[in-house]
Design a binder for this molecule. Structure first.
Ligand code: SF4
Length: 278
């Protein structure tokens, strides 16, 4: 059967919040029994967008992580009494009647995407737009409005999704939790990994050093490589944070240069001076 999956491309998200606003437009003060009760105006972000800066001036990137409910297959929020249940298509629903008064549901999510509605005494979260899917929609409100096509609803079999995961290099966020989310990310490294960047400069001529090879290694094993552009810029991404690394620059006509770099988060080194070979 066709199951619910969401694929989010972090490199395409620009934090415009159209998805957040579409969610508000759909759910604020709107009841959709038996899927959901109206969302309050304030205090809930069923599509939350987390923000992060990578690197330091002058080489800085921003990364945005849109975070709906992950509709996990091994969801810790599920309850035996049907207050929180999983549909056959994989969507996880908080029953807006049975869940009333169950404050503990709000604390059960390791992704912190369940919100407590004090007025209604109800835990609430993203429904995956199940009420629309059941009417034949092939988009969620968030995927429909995204101007950069960063969000895609994929209605397909688990086997088809597994093939896409392999072919497209998709990942689950915090997969080690073991909850088996149905939300997948493309370019997740922009959130979870780090880069080392800098500007290679010819020390004598005081000009950008183009075409220089920059390599990062950990304990003697190369883990990333890039070549400087015409501004002398190199950026080596997808590095595991929390490592002592060695950066080595090598270019025709220059002495090779090695330097230690501690990578706890993305690092911009600034100008790295290269000496001419004798
Ligand atoms: Fe439940 Fe949280 Fe998983 Fe959503 S992300 S299914 S609320 S555990």
């Amino acid at each position: 059967m066709k199951k619910w999956h969401l694929i989010i491309d972090i490199a395409r998200c620009h934090d415009c919040n159209d998805c957040f606003l579409a969610d508000k437009d759909e759910f604020v003060e709107n009841d959709f029994p038996p899927y959901s009760a109206g969302q309050p105006w304030h205090g809930q972000r069923w599509m939350d967008i987390k923000r992060r800066e990578r690197g330091q001036f002058p080489i800085v990137q921003t990364a945005y992580l849109p975070m709906p409910c992950m509709h996990c297959d091994e969801a810790p929020c599920l309850t035996d009494d049907g207050a929180v249940y999983k549909r056959e298509d994989g969507v996880v629903i908080i029953d807006p009647v049975k869940a009333v008064g169950h404050r503990e549901i709000a604390a059960s999510c390791p992704y912190s995407v369940i919100y407590w509605n004090e007025e209604k005494q109800l835990a609430q979260k993203c429904t995956g737009c199940a009420h629309l899917i059941d009417e034949g929609w092939t988009e969620t409100r968030c995927s429909q409005v995204c101007p950069t096509d960063a969000i895609e609803l994929f209605l397909g079999s688990d086997e088809e999704m597994a093939a896409r995961v392999t072919d497209e290099g998709l990942e689950r966020y915090r997969d080690s939790l073991g909850t088996r989310p149905r939300v997948y990310y493309r370019n997740l490294h922009r959130w979870t990994k780090a880069f080392v960047a800098g500007n290679a400069v010819d020390e004598v001529r005081d000009e950008c050093a183009e075409g220089v090879s920059a390599a990062v290694s950990v304990e003697g094993r190369e883990v990333g490589r890039a070549t400087t552009d015409n501004y002398g810029v190199f950026l080596i991404d997808k590095l595991e944070p929390g490592r002592d690394c060695t950066l080595k620059l090598e270019g025709a006509g220059y002495r090779s240069l090695s330097m230690p770099v501690r990578v706890d988060e993305s690092v911009t080194l600034g100008a790295v001076l290269l000496r001419r070979a004798e």
